[in-house]
Design a protein around this ligand. Structure first.
Ligand SMILES: [Zn+2]
Length: 68
């Protein structure tokens, strides 16, 4: 499910996490060449990505019927 970024925070080890509109958190690491997000390193870059939509897998899981 697509959720907008409402805030950013650093986790215990200094990796950036986006806080999404649904309340879930998702890592937005800058880890080249696999993940290239240089914007997350700067305050201006993070500011620019507020409201950006990320696919929240936790929301998708909550919507799936529970497998017993
Ligand atoms: Zn979510």
């Amino acid at each position: 499910m697509q959720q907008a970024i409402v805030e950013f925070e650093l986790d215990e080890v200094g990796d950036w996490r986006a806080i999404l509109a649904c309340g879930h958190r998702q890592h937005v690491r800058h880890n080249p060449p696999l993940v290239n997000r240089p914007w997350v390193q700067t305050a201006a870059g993070r500011q620019r990505f507020l409201g950006y939509l990320l696919d929240c897998k936790l929301c998708d899981e909550e919507q799936m019927p529970h497998k017993e």
